[in-house]
Ligand binder design. Structure first.
Ligand code: PMV
Length: 330
């Protein structure tokens, strides 16, 4: 394969201890560290080809040319690659997801992790995993975590240039074979992008400072829960982190409200199941879908319970999976 084209795949990840808030908007530096699980089943495949005959970048998503703010974001990202690699050519970027598009699941994490890896390879830039993670973070904070498989920690870092705001793997995917179900409750576009919502939280939410202050303790508990495969502890800390993050959002002005009625019903359903002895917990990101975590022995029972809730549109099952990788183009 010539060195100006490369294809990469990256999986989505779900945060167990959430990232919410930036300490530097320009460099996209997080105000807090986070811990996540990279999963199979929600994967982005991206091919980047630098071409001397192009005047501007061309972006194709699922085979369709895209010319809106998404192209602008990709071009800004590729400008960093061009600057670092000394390559000036524009690029054609082909990207597709293996999950239903328009289902409100589009993930900037898998997208920017795949773009970072493919564009580095295509431009001949040779970076360490940590440097790749830093680069992916410039596209989207959660993308830094999708560079790695399994259980991953993203460090807040202290360096003003962001060189230590990188992710690292805590444990591989086989360490703890949890089951994660993505329960789709709405297929429309999300009400507000995470960048704008994070700004609002930082600038207006009365709970923002205590959210940031409490993060180190949550990270300590989650690390311990994952290391010891302590489901109860992980359930407790993950739901706490999720609800705290949404509390910060809801108290912003104007409020950031991602939940719908079905999201709310699912939260109660999962908590009742856990009270009845089923090892299960939920987590929710910047949208109305609910991610439900359980263990393989309870998969069918949990699946049946969430499926029975009116308004649930789809349940996608995932499990711990690998990090971003270079693949052969088809
Ligand atoms: O990476 P971004 O900018 O899309 O932000 C992601 C924020 C949450 O998904 C809500 C939480 C997280 O840690 O992934």
């Amino acid at each position: 394969m010539p060195d100006h084209i490369a294809t990469a795949e990256a999986n989505a990840n779900f945060a167990l201890v959430k990232y919410w808030g930036k300490r530097d908007d320009q460099r996209n530096l997080p105000a807090v560290g986070s811990i996540s699980l990279t999963v199979t089943g929600l994967c982005t495949r991206t091919t980047v080809c630098f071409r001397e005959d192009l005047d501007t970048d061309i972006l194709q998503m699922e085979g369709v040319a895209v010319r809106d703010h998404r192209l602008y974001r990709v071009t800004r990202f590729l400008d960093m690659i061009r600057e670092r690699s000394g390559r000036s050519a524009a690029a054609k970027i082909d990207t597709s997801n293996n999950f239903p598009t328009g289902a409100g699941l589009a993930s900037s994490a898998s997208g920017f992790a795949a773009l970072a890896l493919a564009s580095c390879h295509a431009s001949g830039l040779s970076l360490t995993e940590s440097q790749l993670s830093e680069l992916a973070r410039r596209g989207s904070g959660s993308a830094a975590r999708s560079m790695f498989g399994g259980y991953v920690e993203m460090h807040r870092g202290n360096a003003p240039d962001g060189s230590d705001a990188v992710a690292e793997q805590l444990f591989g995917p086989d360490h703890w074979p949890l089951v994660v179900m993505v329960v789709v409750t709405d297929t429309g576009p999300k009400s507000m992008g995470s960048t704008r919502a994070m700004e609002l939280s930082r600038d207006t939410s009365p709970f923002y400072r205590s959210w940031v202050a409490g993060q180190s303790q949550d990270l300590v508990s989650a690390r311990q829960a994952i290391r010891d495969r302590d489901f109860e502890l992980l359930a407790d800390i993950s739901e706490h982190s999720c609800l705290k993050m949404h509390g910060v959002m809801m108290a912003s002005r104007p409020p950031v409200l991602y939940w719908n009625a079905v999201t709310n019903t699912l939260v109660h359903c999962i908590r009742e199941l856990r009270t009845s002895g089923v090892p299960v917990f939920f987590t929710i990101d910047a949208g109305p879908q609910v991610k439900v975590v359980t263990v393989p022995a309870y998969r069918d029972r949990v699946h049946a319970a969430v499926r029975s809730i009116p308004g649930v549109r789809q349940v996608l099952e995932t499990k711990p999976g690998p990090g971003a990788r270079i693949v052969e183009a088809e």
